[in-house]
Write a new protein. Structure first.
Length: 217
């Protein structure tokens, strides 16, 4: 579904962000990448989404459509929710509404984005990324700034999308967010991507997970 082969990226000779990373994500699967600020998570996701060109390597999507939600949502604050959805649908040549309906944003479609809560804005940003009915949804720190209610709601929605066969990859700093959507856990540190294990199997071993995180981060 989505493959990255030998991805490397540097911003200077002394600042190597990604080192020869190979990664794959199959249909209906999920992966979460964790790492310190500045570890290169956003850079890697931007490369996977096609918004950034790597120095070496390639991303193979096998004709899969990509939906991307950056950490700083690409929303037009002065426009209404509906206008944002219409703009991104047109930009992506998409007209899908079934996936948007999952997030139940009809009740505030006429409101300006600037007047929405953080959770509502995140829902709108994700809906904008879903208008082209993507096969792969990539989210950069989707839980940042959300309260417990919206975090739980977002996890439920992502689980539902995964059950529909969507592949999902996102970054996180929080263990609950890591384990909420069963999938593979990766660390990104010193430019290297390493597989920790499967979230479903590690959910009952939080102490072991903390030790592993402490070793790699």
């Amino acid at each position: 579904m989505l493959k990255a082969k030998n991805i490397s990226k540097s911003y200077s000779k002394s600042k190597v962000i990604l080192k020869d990373i190979t990664f794959s994500l199959d249909k209906g699967k999920a992966a979460v990448i964790i790492g310190r600020n500045g570890a290169g998570k956003s850079t890697f996701l931007s490369i996977l989404a096609g918004f950034l060109i790597p120095d070496t390597g390639e991303v193979i999507t096998e004709t899969a459509k990509i939906g991307f939600v950056p950490q700083d949502d690409n929303l037009f604050l002065e426009l209404s929710v509906q206008d944002n959805l219409s703009f991104w649908a047109k930009a992506a040549n998409g007209t899908n509404t079934d996936l948007v309906d999952i997030f139940e944003i009809d009740k505030y479609k006429k409101q300006k984005v600037k007047n929405l809560s953080g959770g509502m804005k995140k829902s709108v940003a994700i809906c904008c990324a879903l208008t082209n009915n993507p096969d792969v949804l990539i989210l950069d720190e989707p839980f940042v700034g959300l309260d417990i209610y919206y975090k739980n709601e977002l996890i439920k929605m992502l689980v539902k999308l995964k059950e529909m066969g969507k592949s999902i990859i996102y970054t996180s700093h929080n263990i609950d967010e890591m384990l909420g959507l069963a999938g593979e856990l990766y660390t990104l540190s010193d430019g290297e991507l390493k597989l920790i294990g499967d979230a479903e199997h590690m959910a009952d071993k939080p102490d072991e997970l903390l030790k592993l995180l402490g070793r790699w981060l």
